[in-house]
Design a protein around this ligand. Structure first.
Ligand code: DGY
Length: 429
């Protein structure tokens, strides 16, 4: 218990150390601005000890929402030398400056959890945010919807930058105009834990294409170099819509548009099922081909409220192949790399969503394994950005906001609050 209390205190210290007053940086140095889904996880963490600060985090994030409803993936509140690609590279003409793509929309789901912690305190805050959540979800349906599957226009948009599911679609991207650039990330983190140059060249080619067409969504949808349906995005938005519908009910708002969104994605999800690998997969919209990649994004189906018994078997096989659950890529695949970012390591934030989903669908034992493995990784290796799933070594940035946040909100044995709120089904296993 002493160790757990110590880790709780350390997690709070990390969050406060990364706190810039009204937003939180993911970690000092490597990520010096506000990132979209990092901030939503930060809000969940703050809610365990400072509910007002939790709402402020979400409010700051949505104060940079574009007029078309998009919530950008990075908000450059102040100019800081040493991050690439910085605001001038994105050149999106926003105040404050922002990137030009979005990130997984976890905010509405976490706002619901934060509201449930103190309903009286949160009601007015939730009311203010509701139309912004609606505009953000509407933007996804207008610009990232392919037949009910949610697509990303850039691997960064998925939050899982160099996952093997993008490899095939990335191969065909023309990099002849990319030229030279300096990557600052490699001065903070060991290169074997980060995406490779071949990935970064293509990341930049997509940014330059979108910048050249002035971030025009129609042009990017039609001719952009990258457009891939992502099971991670699809399940996260499905879940966010279910939570937004509950929020609409609480506020007495009309939920019919949200109900239509839910039905649309429920149909879309079925197309992402790849029977060949027994998992939900990514589909390259330009070619119609599956990536044939088993990743932790597939295991977000329970978080999305979708049951699939074949996927449970795949999940069992994947976690048995790894010392700690849940590796971001199948350890039996030749593409598995235990240290390299989204090609193998365990990410606490993904585990949180998988664990919440499993629990809500009644898979209690599996949910508890995901939670306790996450707790052991943090207890052994600290609040790292991600972890080697075989030997638990810490990887990426250290003193990381979202790892501290999910410790406080979910992984710590003291984190009972949200578990109770989540409306768990009677255990089946
Ligand atoms: C980075 O800088 O590595 C981020 O993932 C891009 O958003």
């Amino acid at each position: 218990m002493i160790v757990i209390n110590f880790l709780d205190e350390q997690a709070k210290k990390i969050m406060l150390g990364n706190d810039k007053g009204n937003y939180t940086v993911p970690t000092v140095g490597l990520y010096p601005y506000q990132w979209n889904w990092d901030s939503a996880f930060a809000a969940l963490g703050f809610a365990t000890f400072d509910i007002n600060r939790a709402w402020i985090e979400l409010e700051t994030l949505f104060s940079s929402q574009w007029s078309n409803g998009m919530v950008p993936h990075i908000i450059f509140h102040q100019s800081i030398a040493g991050y690439f690609p910085g605001p001038d590279v994105w050149d999106t003409n926003q105040v404050p400056q922002t990137s030009g793509i979005s990130q997984p929309p976890v905010a509405a789901s976490f706002a619901r959890l934060i509201f449930d912690k103190d309903k009286e305190f949160g009601l007015d805050r939730l009311k203010e945010l509701f139309p912004k959540f609606m505009a953000s979800h509407r933007w996804f349906f207008e610009h990232r919807n392919e037949n009910g599957m949610i697509v990303v226009n850039h691997p960064w948009e998925s939050g899982r930058d160099n996952a093997p599911e993008w490899d095939e679609a990335m191969q065909n991207i023309d990099i002849s105009n990319v030229g030279e650039y300096d990557r600052n990330d490699l001065s903070h983190v060991d290169p074997h834990m980060r995406p490779q140059k071949q990935d970064y060249d293509r990341f930049m080619a997509i940014v330059y294409f979108a910048r050249a067409c002035n971030w025009n969504e129609k042009t990017m949808a039609k001719n952009g170099p990258f457009r891939v349906a992502d099971s991670g995005m699809t399940f996260i938005l499905l879940r966010a819509n279910r939570d937004l519908l509950e929020i609409a009910k609480i506020l007495g708002e009309d939920g019919s548009e949200i109900e239509r969104w839910i039905k649309t994605i429920e149909r879309g999800v079925e197309q992402l099922w790849n029977p060949k690998i027994g998992a939900y997969d990514a589909i390259n919209i330009r070619t119609g081909t599956f990536a044939n990649s088993i990743s932790s994004a597939s295991f977000l189906c329970w978080y999305g409220g979708v049951e699939n018994s074949t996927l449970l078997e795949t999940f069992e096989r994947v976690i048995k192949s790894s010392t700690y659950s849940v590796p971001s890529h199948d350890p039996n695949s030749e593409k598995f790399e235990p240290f390299r970012y989204w090609r193998g390591p365990v990410w606490g934030v993904i585990n949180t969503m998988i664990g919440m989903g499993l629990k809500q669908m009644g898979h209690n034992k599996r949910a508890e394994k995901v939670r306790s493995d996450t707790a052991v990784l943090i207890a052994k290796s600290g609040f790292a950005e991600y972890f080697n799933p075989i030997d638990a070594s810490p990887a990426g940035g250290r003193d990381f906001t979202w790892t501290a946040a999910i410790w406080l909100a979910w992984a710590s044995p003291n984190a009972s609050d949200f578990q109770e709120i989540l409306g768990v089904k009677n255990g089946r296993d």
